[in-house]
Ligand binder design. Structure first.
Ligand code: FE2
Length: 188
């Protein structure tokens, strides 16, 4: 109780000048030092943030299908999608922090993701297991293509680190598409 009173008293001591200073700090741009040009940072950040929105959207779709999986192969499919979900979630942090390292700002909310994402949501009440896997196979194939587009830009801008990271991310994306392709294949 005494502690709460002290905290309240401290709060009341904030002067208008102090408040103005706090406001200024809250809205100050957070420019990370970088040797990239402002134009390069802007273009690279835009491309990576759009890719990040796609990865978040795909992550949630993978979890959606993981949660709503059904049928005789439930255990295998449920686990496969859990692995893919973990990979995609890990990728989100690497992508977002890469944007910050090159001097940009990144995504701030689910709303921000929904404004940028190119991956289509699937809110259907029921999706069959084969349809789920086929849809994710195509989504991963499309994601690979978008990563290649980003790779062309990072190469052009001489952002060698993101270029190198993208090469690994493309490999992961191709592997996910490969597993989903083989799992959905009905003929040998
Ligand atoms: Fe789970």
């Amino acid at each position: 109780m005494a502690k709460a009173k002290t905290a309240t008293a401290a709060k009341k001591k904030i002067t208008p000048a102090h408040r103005a200073e706090l406001e200024k700090r809250r809205t100050a741009p957070i420019n990370t030092p970088t040797d990239l040009s402002a134009e390069a940072t802007k273009n690279l950040s835009a491309a990576l943030n759009t890719l990040l929105a796609d990865v978040f959207a795909l992550y949630l779709k993978v979890k959606n299908f993981h949660w709503h999986m059904s049928g005789p192969h439930f255990r295998d499919y449920h686990r496969l999608l859990d692995e893919h979900g973990d990979e995609l979630l890990g990728l989100t942090d690497d992508l977002a922090e890469r944007v910050r390292k090159i001097g940009g700002t990144t995504l701030r909310s689910i709303g921000h993701i929904s404004r940028l994402q190119r991956v289509l949501d699937n809110d259907a009440d029921y999706v069959g297991p084969q349809d789920m896997l086929a849809e994710l196979r195509d989504d991963n194939r499309d994601l690979t293509g978008r990563m290649r587009e980003a790779h062309a830009l990072t190469s052009e801008m001489n952002d060698v680190v993101t270029t190198s990271l993208l090469e690994n991310w493309i490999n992961d994306s191709e592997r996910r598409a490969w597993f989903l392709f083989e799992t959905t294949r009905t003929t040998v």
